[in-house]
Design a protein around this ligand. Structure first.
Ligand SMILES: Nc1ncnc2c1ncn2[C@@H]1O[C@H](COP(=O)(O)OP(=O)(O)OP(=O)(O)O)[C@@H](O)[C@H]1O
Length: 304
């Protein structure tokens, strides 16, 4: 459905090209229709940059994106516009993605104004009613401004807008982290129901390992721009030392330093400075290794 191969994004904040930041580093990612991939990782590891690449908002420095088997490199104009409408996002902070001067209904209908060839006049009104009902909002709530709704209601409005064009790929970037526990549960339930109806591929970014485990068919763990481990049951049976650290499964009692040890060595494994099990081999960045449904980027992991 959607696939990124060798995706790399390097930011050069200064015009001299100094202090370059490799936010996403040679990532391979694939999500099938109807499947949920959860993406976990510490703040700053590159999750949002990866999602912006997959949303086609920023171009990769290297690598390619394929959508429904089609390479997107070099696509422009109408072709790109028609693929963009099939890829939507539910962001972490709904209020920042809604125009405060627009009524909720106007925001929900925004995709129909961007893609005017799809529906007109009365059809849009009918579709608005349907979308409002689908996400569990009341019609009078849709007639209000964003500041007149709760966080959960705003998130429902943003979800309605995101599904208006029946996306084939939906990215949810920590969509419930600002909500209370019971609202979180109802929004997650809504997203999963809608995903089943639409049969869309879902990339769900979260810091919450319990949630990642509960809703993901597979989980990908990111560290320093790389996916270091991916597969089913990753958080239950972790193999990579970083995944073991975040799931608090110790490596034979060995401690991971919380601060990097020594200087970063160019070309080494991204986890080198933190890894209690590093060996000489780790001075060279490992390839992703595959075993059954698991992919692990580590020279020293064992399936024990
Ligand atoms: N436009 C940009 N210019 C320069 N550096 C950037 C830019 N966007 C992101 N970065 C850097 O890239 C790295 C990855 O950032 P990103 O926002 O993708 O991380 P994240 O995992 O989504 O973090 P969080 O969970 O806190 O949102 C960070 O070091 C960040 O400072």
């Amino acid at each position: 459905m959607i696939e990124g191969r060798g995706l790399t994004k390097i930011f050069s904040p200064t015009s001299t090209g100094k202090n370059r930041i490799t936010a996403v580093d040679n990532v391979n990612i694939r999500i099938e229709a109807g499947e949920t991939l959860t993406l976990v990782g510490e703040s700053g590891c590159g999750k949002s940059t990866l999602s912006r690449l997959l949303l086609l908002l920023i171009p990769p420095t290297r690598g390619e994106i394929f959508f429904e088997g089609q390479a997107l490199k070099g696509l422009k104009g109408k072709e790109l516009h028609s693929i963009r409408k099939k890829i939507q996002i539910v962001p972490q902070q709904p209020e920042s993605s809604l125009n405060p001067r627009w009524k909720i209904a106007h925001s929900i209908c925004e995709p129909f104004r961007i893609h005017p060839d799809l529906l007109r006049g009365r059809q849009i009104e009918e579709e608005l009613k349907r979308l409002i009902g689908l996400v569990g909002l009341e019609p009078e709530q849709a007639a209000r401004y964003p500041h007149q709704l709760s966080g959960g209601e705003l998130q429902r409005a943003v979800i309605a807008r995101a599904i208006a064009l029946e996306p084939a790929f939906l990215i949810c970037d920590e969509p419930t982290s600002m909500l209370d526990v019971s609202t979180q549960a109802s929004i997650i339930h809504l997203l999963k129901t809608l995903q089943q109806d639409l049969r869309c591929a879902l990339l769900f970014i979260t810091h919450d390992q319990g949630l990642a485990h509960a809703i993901g068919d597979r989980t990908a763990v990111m560290f320093a721009g790389q996916i270091v481990e991916e597969g089913q049951g990753v958080l239950d049976r972790p193999y990579h030392p970083f995944t073991r650290r975040i799931t608090s499964i110790s490596d034979s009692g060995s401690l991971h330093p919380s601060e990097p040890q020594g200087k970063k060595i160019p070309g080494s494994c991204v986890y080198y400075q933190f890894c209690p099990k590093k060996t000489e081999k780790c001075l060279y960045s490992p390839e992703m290794m595959e075993y059954e449904d698991r992919r692990v980027r580590c020279h020293n992991f064992s399936f024990a």
